[in-house]
Design a binder for this molecule. Structure first.
Ligand SMILES: Cc1ncc(COP(=O)(O)O)c(C=O)c1O
Length: 416
Protein backbone atom coordinates (compact mmCIF):
# COMPACT_ATOMS: atom_id res chain seq x y z
CA UNK A 1 0.00 0.00 0.00
CA UNK A 2 1.22 3.47 -0.89
CA UNK A 3 2.42 5.57 2.05
CA UNK A 4 0.92 8.68 0.50
CA UNK A 5 -2.56 7.93 1.82
CA UNK A 6 -1.58 7.00 5.36
CA UNK A 7 -1.23 10.19 7.33
CA UNK A 8 1.02 10.27 10.41
CA UNK A 9 -2.06 10.68 12.66
CA UNK A 10 -3.65 7.52 11.25
CA UNK A 11 -5.33 5.47 14.00
CA UNK A 12 -4.86 1.75 14.06
CA UNK A 13 -7.79 -0.29 12.80
CA UNK A 14 -10.30 -1.35 15.40
CA UNK A 15 -13.66 -2.52 14.14
CA UNK A 16 -15.58 -1.51 17.28
CA UNK A 17 -14.16 2.01 17.15
CA UNK A 18 -15.04 2.27 13.48
CA UNK A 19 -18.58 1.04 14.10
CA UNK A 20 -19.07 3.69 16.76
CA UNK A 21 -18.48 6.33 14.06
CA UNK A 22 -21.52 5.16 12.05
CA UNK A 23 -24.78 6.09 13.80
CA UNK A 24 -27.01 3.95 11.58
CA UNK A 25 -25.26 0.72 12.57
CA UNK A 26 -26.89 0.78 15.98
CA UNK A 27 -30.43 0.66 14.62
CA UNK A 28 -32.67 -2.35 14.36
CA UNK A 29 -34.81 -3.65 11.52
CA UNK A 30 -37.70 -6.07 12.14
CA UNK A 31 -36.72 -5.82 15.80
CA UNK A 32 -33.27 -7.28 15.05
CA UNK A 33 -29.87 -5.63 14.89
CA UNK A 34 -29.18 -4.32 11.40
CA UNK A 35 -26.57 -6.34 9.52
CA UNK A 36 -25.71 -4.20 6.54
CA UNK A 37 -24.02 -6.23 3.79
CA UNK A 38 -25.00 -4.09 0.80
CA UNK A 39 -21.94 -1.88 0.85
CA UNK A 40 -21.03 -2.29 -2.81
CA UNK A 41 -24.32 -0.59 -3.68
CA UNK A 42 -23.79 2.24 -1.21
CA UNK A 43 -21.91 2.49 2.06
CA UNK A 44 -23.20 4.00 5.31
CA UNK A 45 -21.91 7.38 6.49
CA UNK A 46 -19.72 8.21 9.48
CA UNK A 47 -20.73 11.03 11.82
CA UNK A 48 -18.01 13.31 10.39
CA UNK A 49 -19.54 13.13 6.89
CA UNK A 50 -23.05 13.75 8.21
CA UNK A 51 -21.71 16.70 10.23
CA UNK A 52 -19.88 18.12 7.23
CA UNK A 53 -23.18 18.33 5.34
CA UNK A 54 -25.21 19.80 8.15
CA UNK A 55 -22.50 22.21 9.24
CA UNK A 56 -22.19 23.52 5.67
CA UNK A 57 -25.86 24.43 5.68
CA UNK A 58 -25.76 25.61 9.30
CA UNK A 59 -22.74 27.87 9.00
CA UNK A 60 -21.11 28.44 5.67
CA UNK A 61 -23.50 27.93 2.84
CA UNK A 62 -23.53 30.21 -0.21
CA UNK A 63 -22.97 29.69 -3.90
CA UNK A 64 -19.34 29.10 -4.83
CA UNK A 65 -16.96 30.91 -7.17
CA UNK A 66 -19.43 33.69 -7.84
CA UNK A 67 -19.73 35.94 -4.84
CA UNK A 68 -17.49 38.63 -3.54
CA UNK A 69 -19.04 38.30 -0.13
CA UNK A 70 -17.65 36.59 2.94
CA UNK A 71 -19.84 33.49 2.95
CA UNK A 72 -19.33 32.79 -0.72
CA UNK A 73 -15.59 33.05 -0.30
CA UNK A 74 -15.73 30.74 2.68
CA UNK A 75 -17.86 28.16 0.84
CA UNK A 76 -15.55 28.40 -2.18
CA UNK A 77 -12.52 27.80 0.01
CA UNK A 78 -14.10 24.69 1.55
CA UNK A 79 -15.21 23.43 -1.86
CA UNK A 80 -11.71 23.84 -3.29
CA UNK A 81 -10.16 22.36 -0.12
CA UNK A 82 -12.24 19.25 -0.80
CA UNK A 83 -10.84 19.11 -4.31
CA UNK A 84 -7.32 19.23 -2.87
CA UNK A 85 -8.16 16.40 -0.44
CA UNK A 86 -9.38 14.26 -3.33
CA UNK A 87 -6.28 15.16 -5.35
CA UNK A 88 -4.01 14.00 -2.54
CA UNK A 89 -6.12 10.86 -1.99
CA UNK A 90 -5.60 9.64 -5.57
CA UNK A 91 -2.21 11.34 -5.95
CA UNK A 92 -3.25 13.40 -8.98
CA UNK A 93 -0.47 15.78 -10.02
CA UNK A 94 -2.67 18.90 -9.83
CA UNK A 95 -6.08 19.95 -8.52
CA UNK A 96 -7.03 21.00 -12.06
CA UNK A 97 -7.20 17.35 -12.99
CA UNK A 98 -9.91 16.61 -10.40
CA UNK A 99 -13.40 17.33 -11.73
CA UNK A 100 -16.42 17.11 -9.45
CA UNK A 101 -19.28 15.29 -11.17
CA UNK A 102 -22.68 14.01 -10.13
CA UNK A 103 -21.20 10.53 -9.61
CA UNK A 104 -19.24 7.87 -11.46
CA UNK A 105 -21.99 7.51 -14.05
CA UNK A 106 -21.85 11.22 -14.75
CA UNK A 107 -18.04 11.09 -14.95
CA UNK A 108 -18.02 8.29 -17.51
CA UNK A 109 -20.73 10.00 -19.57
CA UNK A 110 -18.58 13.12 -19.54
CA UNK A 111 -15.63 11.27 -21.07
CA UNK A 112 -17.72 9.30 -23.57
CA UNK A 113 -19.46 12.48 -24.71
CA UNK A 114 -16.67 15.04 -24.63
CA UNK A 115 -13.82 12.82 -25.71
CA UNK A 116 -16.00 10.64 -27.94
CA UNK A 117 -17.57 13.52 -29.82
CA UNK A 118 -14.29 14.69 -31.34
CA UNK A 119 -12.13 11.58 -31.20
CA UNK A 120 -14.25 8.49 -31.81
CA UNK A 121 -15.91 8.02 -35.20
CA UNK A 122 -17.29 5.33 -37.45
CA UNK A 123 -15.27 2.12 -37.24
CA UNK A 124 -13.18 3.30 -34.29
CA UNK A 125 -12.97 0.73 -31.54
CA UNK A 126 -13.61 0.83 -27.81
CA UNK A 127 -12.51 -2.08 -25.63
CA UNK A 128 -14.69 -2.95 -22.64
CA UNK A 129 -14.73 -6.00 -20.41
CA UNK A 130 -17.62 -8.32 -19.69
CA UNK A 131 -17.23 -7.36 -16.02
CA UNK A 132 -18.32 -3.76 -16.53
CA UNK A 133 -21.16 -2.05 -14.72
CA UNK A 134 -23.79 -0.62 -17.09
CA UNK A 135 -22.42 2.85 -16.26
CA UNK A 136 -19.26 1.85 -18.08
CA UNK A 137 -21.12 0.22 -20.96
CA UNK A 138 -24.13 2.30 -21.92
CA UNK A 139 -22.28 5.62 -22.56
CA UNK A 140 -20.02 3.71 -25.00
CA UNK A 141 -23.04 2.06 -26.62
CA UNK A 142 -24.24 5.59 -27.38
CA UNK A 143 -21.10 6.07 -29.47
CA UNK A 144 -21.80 2.77 -31.20
CA UNK A 145 -25.41 3.76 -31.92
CA UNK A 146 -24.79 7.36 -32.85
CA UNK A 147 -21.39 7.33 -34.48
CA UNK A 148 -20.86 3.76 -35.67
CA UNK A 149 -18.09 3.00 -33.16
CA UNK A 150 -17.34 -0.68 -32.56
CA UNK A 151 -17.40 -2.23 -29.07
CA UNK A 152 -14.96 -5.06 -28.41
CA UNK A 153 -15.31 -7.18 -25.29
CA UNK A 154 -12.69 -8.77 -23.05
CA UNK A 155 -14.14 -12.13 -21.95
CA UNK A 156 -14.26 -13.37 -18.37
CA UNK A 157 -12.72 -16.71 -17.37
CA UNK A 158 -14.60 -19.29 -15.29
CA UNK A 159 -13.09 -17.97 -12.05
CA UNK A 160 -14.17 -14.38 -12.74
CA UNK A 161 -10.79 -13.08 -13.94
CA UNK A 162 -10.38 -11.30 -17.25
CA UNK A 163 -8.85 -13.19 -20.16
CA UNK A 164 -5.67 -11.21 -20.67
CA UNK A 165 -4.66 -13.02 -23.85
CA UNK A 166 -7.99 -12.07 -25.41
CA UNK A 167 -7.46 -8.54 -24.14
CA UNK A 168 -4.17 -8.16 -25.98
CA UNK A 169 -5.69 -9.70 -29.09
CA UNK A 170 -8.61 -7.24 -29.04
CA UNK A 171 -6.46 -4.24 -30.02
CA UNK A 172 -6.22 -2.94 -33.56
CA UNK A 173 -4.96 0.29 -35.07
CA UNK A 174 -8.56 1.54 -34.71
CA UNK A 175 -8.63 1.13 -30.90
CA UNK A 176 -9.19 4.57 -29.41
CA UNK A 177 -10.35 3.89 -25.89
CA UNK A 178 -10.20 1.16 -23.27
CA UNK A 179 -12.72 1.42 -20.44
CA UNK A 180 -12.20 -1.06 -17.61
CA UNK A 181 -13.23 -1.70 -14.08
CA UNK A 182 -10.57 -2.01 -11.40
CA UNK A 183 -12.87 -4.13 -9.21
CA UNK A 184 -16.09 -5.77 -10.37
CA UNK A 185 -19.17 -4.76 -8.41
CA UNK A 186 -20.85 -8.00 -9.44
CA UNK A 187 -18.16 -10.58 -8.63
CA UNK A 188 -15.50 -8.68 -6.69
CA UNK A 189 -12.73 -9.61 -9.19
CA UNK A 190 -9.80 -7.20 -9.07
CA UNK A 191 -8.35 -6.63 -12.52
CA UNK A 192 -4.59 -6.28 -13.19
CA UNK A 193 -5.31 -2.71 -14.16
CA UNK A 194 -1.79 -1.33 -14.16
CA UNK A 195 -0.61 -3.98 -16.60
CA UNK A 196 -3.72 -3.51 -18.73
CA UNK A 197 -3.08 0.23 -18.90
CA UNK A 198 0.51 -0.39 -19.91
CA UNK A 199 -0.60 -2.67 -22.74
CA UNK A 200 -3.23 -0.17 -23.94
CA UNK A 201 -0.69 2.64 -24.04
CA UNK A 202 1.74 0.48 -25.95
CA UNK A 203 -1.01 0.05 -28.53
CA UNK A 204 -1.77 3.77 -28.61
CA UNK A 205 -5.15 3.77 -26.84
CA UNK A 206 -6.32 5.85 -23.87
CA UNK A 207 -7.66 4.19 -20.72
CA UNK A 208 -10.54 5.06 -18.45
CA UNK A 209 -10.57 3.22 -15.11
CA UNK A 210 -13.83 2.67 -13.28
CA UNK A 211 -12.58 2.79 -9.69
CA UNK A 212 -16.00 2.91 -8.02
CA UNK A 213 -15.40 -0.23 -5.97
CA UNK A 214 -11.62 -0.29 -5.77
CA UNK A 215 -11.20 3.22 -4.38
CA UNK A 216 -13.04 2.12 -1.24
CA UNK A 217 -10.66 -0.72 -0.43
CA UNK A 218 -7.38 -0.24 -2.28
CA UNK A 219 -4.86 2.57 -2.54
CA UNK A 220 -5.28 4.50 -5.78
CA UNK A 221 -2.37 6.38 -7.25
CA UNK A 222 -3.28 7.73 -10.68
CA UNK A 223 0.32 8.63 -11.46
CA UNK A 224 1.53 5.15 -10.67
CA UNK A 225 -1.33 3.61 -12.68
CA UNK A 226 -0.73 6.10 -15.48
CA UNK A 227 -4.44 6.00 -16.40
CA UNK A 228 -5.80 8.75 -18.62
CA UNK A 229 -9.12 8.94 -16.77
CA UNK A 230 -10.41 7.52 -13.50
CA UNK A 231 -13.95 7.74 -12.14
CA UNK A 232 -15.59 7.06 -8.79
CA UNK A 233 -18.61 8.01 -6.69
CA UNK A 234 -18.76 9.60 -3.25
CA UNK A 235 -21.49 7.42 -1.81
CA UNK A 236 -19.61 4.12 -1.95
CA UNK A 237 -16.63 5.75 -0.22
CA UNK A 238 -18.65 6.53 2.94
CA UNK A 239 -19.48 9.92 1.42
CA UNK A 240 -22.69 11.51 0.14
CA UNK A 241 -24.75 10.78 -2.96
CA UNK A 242 -24.90 13.27 -5.82
CA UNK A 243 -21.14 13.75 -6.03
CA UNK A 244 -18.40 11.89 -7.83
CA UNK A 245 -14.96 12.45 -9.24
CA UNK A 246 -13.42 12.33 -12.66
CA UNK A 247 -9.66 12.44 -12.77
CA UNK A 248 -8.16 13.14 -16.18
CA UNK A 249 -4.65 13.91 -17.35
CA UNK A 250 -4.39 17.66 -17.85
CA UNK A 251 -3.34 17.60 -21.50
CA UNK A 252 -6.12 15.17 -22.43
CA UNK A 253 -8.74 17.17 -20.53
CA UNK A 254 -7.55 20.42 -22.09
CA UNK A 255 -7.91 18.88 -25.55
CA UNK A 256 -11.58 18.08 -24.90
CA UNK A 257 -14.57 20.34 -25.45
CA UNK A 258 -17.17 20.39 -22.69
CA UNK A 259 -20.44 18.57 -23.34
CA UNK A 260 -22.57 20.50 -20.87
CA UNK A 261 -22.76 24.24 -21.17
CA UNK A 262 -23.83 26.83 -18.63
CA UNK A 263 -22.54 29.11 -15.93
CA UNK A 264 -19.05 28.79 -14.50
CA UNK A 265 -17.54 26.87 -17.41
CA UNK A 266 -16.81 29.73 -19.78
CA UNK A 267 -14.32 32.55 -20.04
CA UNK A 268 -16.32 34.81 -22.33
CA UNK A 269 -19.75 34.48 -23.90
CA UNK A 270 -20.52 36.74 -26.83
CA UNK A 271 -23.42 36.76 -29.26
CA UNK A 272 -21.44 34.80 -31.85
CA UNK A 273 -18.57 33.27 -29.88
CA UNK A 274 -17.69 31.47 -26.64
CA UNK A 275 -14.40 30.64 -25.03
CA UNK A 276 -14.13 28.02 -22.34
CA UNK A 277 -12.71 28.25 -18.85
CA UNK A 278 -9.64 26.21 -18.04
CA UNK A 279 -9.94 22.77 -16.42
CA UNK A 280 -11.51 21.68 -14.11
CA UNK A 281 -14.23 24.39 -14.30
CA UNK A 282 -14.74 23.83 -18.03
CA UNK A 283 -16.44 20.56 -17.11
CA UNK A 284 -18.39 21.82 -14.08
CA UNK A 285 -21.26 23.75 -15.69
CA UNK A 286 -23.84 25.23 -13.33
CA UNK A 287 -24.04 25.36 -9.56
CA UNK A 288 -22.27 22.26 -8.24
CA UNK A 289 -23.25 20.00 -5.34
CA UNK A 290 -21.56 22.25 -2.78
CA UNK A 291 -22.27 20.55 0.55
CA UNK A 292 -21.73 17.15 -1.07
CA UNK A 293 -18.33 18.18 -2.41
CA UNK A 294 -17.32 19.43 1.02
CA UNK A 295 -18.58 16.15 2.48
CA UNK A 296 -16.63 14.01 0.00
CA UNK A 297 -13.61 15.84 1.41
CA UNK A 298 -14.76 14.74 4.88
CA UNK A 299 -15.16 11.16 3.61
CA UNK A 300 -11.60 11.20 2.29
CA UNK A 301 -10.42 12.60 5.63
CA UNK A 302 -12.29 9.81 7.40
CA UNK A 303 -10.93 7.01 5.26
CA UNK A 304 -7.38 8.30 5.48
CA UNK A 305 -7.65 8.73 9.24
CA UNK A 306 -7.85 4.95 9.60
CA UNK A 307 -5.11 2.43 8.96
CA UNK A 308 -6.27 1.27 5.52
CA UNK A 309 -4.01 -1.76 5.52
CA UNK A 310 -5.67 -2.89 8.75
CA UNK A 311 -9.13 -2.21 7.27
CA UNK A 312 -8.30 -4.15 4.11
CA UNK A 313 -6.95 -7.11 6.08
CA UNK A 314 -10.10 -7.11 8.16
CA UNK A 315 -12.33 -7.07 5.05
CA UNK A 316 -10.27 -9.87 3.52
CA UNK A 317 -10.69 -11.95 6.67
CA UNK A 318 -14.46 -11.45 6.48
CA UNK A 319 -14.36 -12.43 2.81
CA UNK A 320 -12.38 -15.61 3.51
CA UNK A 321 -14.54 -16.59 6.48
CA UNK A 322 -17.83 -16.01 4.65
CA UNK A 323 -16.58 -17.81 1.56
CA UNK A 324 -15.54 -20.82 3.60
CA UNK A 325 -18.83 -20.98 5.50
CA UNK A 326 -20.88 -20.58 2.32
CA UNK A 327 -18.88 -23.32 0.60
CA UNK A 328 -19.93 -25.68 3.39
CA UNK A 329 -23.56 -25.17 2.35
CA UNK A 330 -23.99 -27.58 -0.53
CA UNK A 331 -26.78 -25.74 -2.30
CA UNK A 332 -24.75 -22.54 -2.74
CA UNK A 333 -22.81 -21.74 -5.91
CA UNK A 334 -20.40 -18.83 -5.60
CA UNK A 335 -19.81 -17.00 -8.86
CA UNK A 336 -16.39 -15.38 -9.03
CA UNK A 337 -13.80 -17.53 -7.28
CA UNK A 338 -10.52 -15.90 -8.20
CA UNK A 339 -8.27 -15.24 -5.19
CA UNK A 340 -7.74 -11.75 -6.67
CA UNK A 341 -10.97 -10.36 -5.38
CA UNK A 342 -12.30 -7.73 -3.03
CA UNK A 343 -14.85 -8.27 -0.29
CA UNK A 344 -17.82 -9.13 -2.51
CA UNK A 345 -19.49 -12.53 -2.83
CA UNK A 346 -22.04 -13.22 -5.55
CA UNK A 347 -23.97 -16.44 -5.25
CA UNK A 348 -26.97 -18.42 -6.34
CA UNK A 349 -28.89 -21.11 -4.50
CA UNK A 350 -30.04 -24.05 -6.56
CA UNK A 351 -33.79 -24.05 -7.11
CA UNK A 352 -34.48 -20.59 -5.65
CA UNK A 353 -34.54 -17.15 -7.22
CA UNK A 354 -32.02 -14.67 -5.75
CA UNK A 355 -34.84 -12.22 -5.02
CA UNK A 356 -36.64 -14.82 -2.91
CA UNK A 357 -33.45 -15.78 -1.08
CA UNK A 358 -32.65 -12.15 -0.32
CA UNK A 359 -36.18 -11.42 0.83
CA UNK A 360 -36.08 -14.28 3.36
CA UNK A 361 -32.63 -13.18 4.54
CA UNK A 362 -33.86 -9.61 4.91
CA UNK A 363 -36.34 -10.75 7.56
CA UNK A 364 -33.38 -11.70 9.73
CA UNK A 365 -32.25 -8.07 9.59
CA UNK A 366 -29.55 -8.80 7.00
CA UNK A 367 -29.43 -6.40 4.07
CA UNK A 368 -27.95 -7.80 0.90
CA UNK A 369 -28.55 -7.25 -2.78
CA UNK A 370 -30.19 -9.41 -5.41
CA UNK A 371 -30.47 -8.74 -9.11
CA UNK A 372 -28.19 -8.33 -12.08
CA UNK A 373 -26.22 -5.61 -10.26
CA UNK A 374 -26.31 -3.42 -13.40
CA UNK A 375 -23.90 -5.91 -14.94
CA UNK A 376 -25.97 -8.00 -17.33
CA UNK A 377 -23.08 -9.06 -19.61
CA UNK A 378 -21.37 -10.87 -16.74
CA UNK A 379 -24.65 -12.44 -15.60
CA UNK A 380 -25.10 -13.75 -19.18
CA UNK A 381 -21.54 -15.03 -19.12
CA UNK A 382 -22.36 -17.24 -16.12
CA UNK A 383 -25.80 -18.21 -17.43
CA UNK A 384 -27.79 -16.62 -14.60
CA UNK A 385 -30.33 -13.79 -14.76
CA UNK A 386 -29.33 -12.55 -11.31
CA UNK A 387 -27.35 -13.37 -8.18
CA UNK A 388 -27.56 -12.54 -4.50
CA UNK A 389 -24.59 -10.51 -3.33
CA UNK A 390 -23.00 -9.78 0.03
CA UNK A 391 -20.44 -7.00 0.13
CA UNK A 392 -18.41 -6.08 3.19
CA UNK A 393 -17.25 -2.72 4.48
CA UNK A 394 -14.62 -2.09 7.13
CA UNK A 395 -17.33 -1.80 9.82
CA UNK A 396 -18.69 -5.34 9.33
CA UNK A 397 -17.93 -8.02 11.91
CA UNK A 398 -17.40 -11.76 11.94
CA UNK A 399 -20.55 -12.33 14.02
CA UNK A 400 -22.50 -10.56 11.25
CA UNK A 401 -21.22 -13.20 8.84
CA UNK A 402 -22.57 -15.82 11.26
CA UNK A 403 -25.98 -14.10 11.32
CA UNK A 404 -25.98 -14.03 7.53
CA UNK A 405 -25.01 -17.73 7.27
CA UNK A 406 -27.77 -18.67 9.72
CA UNK A 407 -30.30 -16.68 7.66
CA UNK A 408 -29.01 -18.18 4.42
CA UNK A 409 -29.29 -21.71 5.85
CA UNK A 410 -32.90 -21.07 6.86
CA UNK A 411 -33.66 -19.66 3.40
CA UNK A 412 -32.15 -22.76 1.77
CA UNK A 413 -34.27 -25.02 4.02
CA UNK A 414 -37.36 -22.93 3.24
CA UNK A 415 -36.98 -23.36 -0.53
CA UNK A 416 -35.88 -27.01 -0.45
C1 LIG B 1 -18.21 -0.67 -10.65
C2 LIG B 1 -19.24 0.42 -10.69
N1 LIG B 1 -19.19 1.34 -11.66
C3 LIG B 1 -20.07 2.35 -11.74
C4 LIG B 1 -21.10 2.46 -10.82
C5 LIG B 1 -22.05 3.60 -10.93
O1 LIG B 1 -21.94 4.44 -9.84
P1 LIG B 1 -23.02 5.60 -9.56
O2 LIG B 1 -24.36 4.92 -9.62
O3 LIG B 1 -22.67 6.09 -8.21
O4 LIG B 1 -22.85 6.62 -10.62
C6 LIG B 1 -21.22 1.51 -9.81
C7 LIG B 1 -22.34 1.54 -8.84
O5 LIG B 1 -22.82 0.50 -8.42
C8 LIG B 1 -20.26 0.47 -9.74
O6 LIG B 1 -20.30 -0.45 -8.77
Amino acid sequence: MSDTIIKPETRSFNVEEVRADFPILSREVYGKPLVYLDNAASAQKPRSVIDAISSTFDHEYANVHRGLHYLSNEATQKFEDAREKVRAFINAPTENEVIFTGGATDAINLVASSFGEDNIGEGDEIILSQLEHHSNIVPWHYLRERKGAVLKWVPVLDNGELDLEAYEAAFSPRTKMVALTHMSNALGSITPIKEMIRIAHEKGALVLVDACQSVVHLPIDVQDLDCDFLAFSGHKLYGPTGIGVLYGKADVLRSMRPYRGGGEMIKVVEMDKITYADIPHRFEAGTPAIAEAIAIGAAVDYVTSIDRVGALNHENELLAYATQRMSELNAVRIIGTTPNKGSIISFVVEGAHPHDISTVIDRAGVALRAGHHCAQPVMDRFGVPATSRVSFAMYNRKDEVDTFIEALSSAIRFFE
